[in-house]
Each structure stands twice: as structure tokens, then as C-alpha cells.
Design a protein around this ligand. Structure first.
Ligand code: ASP
Length: 356
């Protein structure tokens, strides 16, 4: 071969190698550490609460019932996303399925307050606009997540509570129920058990803590969903009855934007479940997003740091589910279990209950 031709060939080879490296680097940043990784078109992840969920305490029938309901719920959202629907619709409709099921501590099946009422909290956030809506302490709204969305879209406010929130719900034509609708025997018995233990403790030491260790060890059955749609928009939502035996109009983390729910197209969408007081103090959902944004770390790394270190060191228990802007999904918890499910754009379903 003549010398000039060899030089041209060497030059072309070097140039194409450089471009290849560049592409690889770009795709690493834009997608995932895995070079084989293909960004999914959309993604959805849900939880049905964390806590002391042990296989030894679960009957096969009950386990099957939870799995079936988780699957039913996630399929609703998955269908919406598959057909090009928004992450907000997917989050709302998926949560509706769990709110309508007595298995979870949200909507029908919500836990009881000390006054033997059910007071429900919920929130939703749109990662595209950073708009958010929340409702707290309602007793008659069948699906509090719908109310949270109405607050976000139809009012000038972010959070409404109690009677005012119920008036707004009525004005918006949302379905209302008598307070008795939320009664379930199971949850009522849980309240009775906790009150009995509280009484024993009172008899014993003359005083008692609002949240005694029994509650710390119990289950948090809140429901939540995070989703990424085909347009790249993230959304998250959370709905709950709060914590059994709560008093004095106590509000947990679920309706607090940044604690129970957070979504930002620049980072991720998160829904939390656990001991709300700690999730509020640790600002769990927003902290994960902020760590991703400021430290440029992955959703997985940020979630681990916040749940396994920051929250755990404070004494808080619970977990989160999340999805990032690339469709990577994470479920992180420091309890014995968390009801959870994911479904990717290929329709691959993953359901979990106990520790990883
Ligand atoms: N985080 C909820 C609360 O503290 C409880 C739960 O997750 O079940 O109200």
C-alpha cells in the first residue's frame, strides 16, 4: 500500500474510535451504568406498605390475595402508560384500586384513630410542572388520591384539610361516602389490641407514649405509586389512613410533599411508607431527589443513603419506591417487608412482600 493511503486509513480508524468512545460515554450518562441497558419507554412501581411483614405470620390465602391485588393495581397503570397515557393518570388510577381494597391502609381499610374514626391523607405530584396537591384528615372522601389531584389541578392551593377539604371534594363532584364505609373489622381489632396494650402500659408505669414500641413494630399499609410515561414525565402519589391510634388530628408524611411524595422530571418520582414522623423530619422523598440532583448520584445510591443511613440513624422505619427519569426503578426499605410490585415496558411483572 502507498504511504499516503496508509496515513488516511490510520487517521480514519483513530477518528472513528474516538467517536465510539464519545457515544459510549454519553449513553452512560444518559441511561445507566450498564452499557447493555436500553432506556425503557415507560415504567411503573407500587407499594402497599412496609413493616413487620413476616412469612411465618402469613397464610397462603392472604399472601395470594395481596399478590393478586398488587397485580391488578399495577396492570391498571401499566395499561394507561402502554397506551400513551400520562404518568399522573397511571398513578391516580393504580392507587384507586388499592384504596378500594380492604387489604391496604388507604381508602376502604384505613386504620382507626384513637377516637375510632378513619382520617385519611393523600398527595400527588407532577414531575413535569412540579405542581402538587394534597388532602389531610378527611373522613368522607372515598378516594383521597382523587381529591389530592383535584386540589392540584382545580384549586390554587397545595394542601387542604378536614371539613374544608370535604366541602371542596363535594364541589368537585368527587364520590363521598358515609364515614362507616371505611370500617373494617380487621383494622378495628388492631385498634382494640393497641389500646389494650396501652392500658397495660399505663397500669404499669402510669404514663404512656403516643407511639409505643408496639406501633413501631407494626405494619404500615399505606399505598403509593410512581411512574414514568412515554413523554418522559414522572409522577408519584401516596394515600393512607395514617397510623393506628393516632390522636389530636395527627397528620403523617403521606400528604406532605417532599416527605411522603415527590416527583421531578430532572431526577425521580418517590412514594414513601413508614413511620410518618420520621419521614417528615428526614424529608425522605425530596432528600433522595436532592441527592441525585446535587451530588449527581443514581436513584439507587441516593435511596440507600437516605433509607439505610439517614432514616435508620434517626430511628425511623419504613421504605420507598421510586423511578428515575431513565426508567430505573428502586424499592428500598429497612423493615422486614414491604408489599411492592414493578412492571416494565415489556410487561415484565415483579411482585415482592418480604425482605429482599
Ligand atoms: N406513613 C404513614 C403515616 O405515618 C403510615 C404508613 O406508611 O402506613 O401516616
Amino acid at each position: 500500500m502507498k504511504k499516503p493511503i496508509v496515513f488516511v486509513l490510520i487517521f480514519c480508524f483513530c477518528f472513528s474510535c474516538k467517536n465510539e468512545v464519545k457515544l459510549e460515554e454519553t449513553s452512560k450518562v444518559e441511561t445507566s451504568e450498564d452499557t447493555q441497558y436500553q432506556k425503557p419507554e415507560f415504567a411503573i412501581i407500587i407499594h402497599g406498605g412496609a413493616g413487620t411483614i413476616l412469612k411465618k405470620n402469613m397464610t397462603p390465602e392472604r399472601e395470594a390475595a395481596y399478590k393478586a391485588k398488587l397485580e391488578e393495581a399495577i396492570r391498571v397503570g401499566h395499561n394507561i402508560l402502554k397506551n400513551g397515557g400520562s404518568s399522573l393518570d397511571a398513578v391516580e388510577k393504580t392507587i384507586n384500586v388499592m384504596e378500594d381494597s380492604p387489604l391496604f391502609n388507604a381508602g376502604k381499610g384505613a386504620v382507626f384513630t384513637n377516637a375510632e374514626t378513619n382520617e385519611l391523607d393523600a398527595s400527588i405530584m407532577d414531575g413535569k410542572t412540579l405542581n402538587a396537591g394534597a388532602s389531610a384528615g378527611t373522613t368522607t372522601v372515598k378516594n383521597p388520591i382523587n381529591l389530592a389531584r383535584a386540589v392540584m389541578e382545580k384549586s390554587e392551593h397545595v394542601m387542604l384539610s378536614g371539613k374544608g377539604a370535604e366541602t371542596f371534594a363535594e364541589e368537585q363532584g368527587l364520590q363521598l361516602e358515609k364515614p362507616e364505609y371505611f370500617y373494617t373489622e380487621n383494622r378495628f381489632n388492631s385498634l382494640k389490641r393497641i389500646k389494650d396494650r396501652e392500658k397495660t402500659k399505663l397500669d404499669h408505669d402510669g404514663k404512656t407514649a403516643f407511639y409505643d414500641p408496639y406501633i413501631k413494630d407494626s405494619k404500615y399499609g399505606t399505598v403509593g405509586c410512581a411512574a414514568l410515561d412515554k413523554k418522559g414525565n414522572l409522577a408519584a402519589g401516596t394515600s393512607t389512613g395514617g397510623m393506628t391510634n393516632k390522636r389530636y388530628g395527627r397528620i403523617g408524611d403521606a400528604p406532605i410533599i417532599g416527605s411522603g411524595t415527590y416527583a421531578n422530571n430532572a431526577t425521580c418520582a418517590i412514594s414513601s411508607t413508614g413511620w410518618g414522623e420520621y419521614f417528615i423530619r428526614a424529608q425522605v422523598a425530596h432528600d433522595i431527589s436532592a441527592m441525585m440532583e446535587y451530588k449527581n448520584i443514581s436513584l439507587e445510591e441516593a435511596s440507600k443513603e437516605v433509607i439505610q443511613n439517614k432514616l435508620t440513624n434517626l430511628g425511623g422505619t419504613g421504605g420507598i419506591i421510586g423511578v428515575d427519569k431513565h426508567g430505573n426503578m428502586v424499592m428500598e426499605f429497612n423493615t422486614a417487608g414491604m408489599y411492592r410490585a414493578t412492571m416494565n415496558d415489556k410487561g415484565k411483572l415483579n411482585i415482592g412482600i418480604y425482605e429482599k
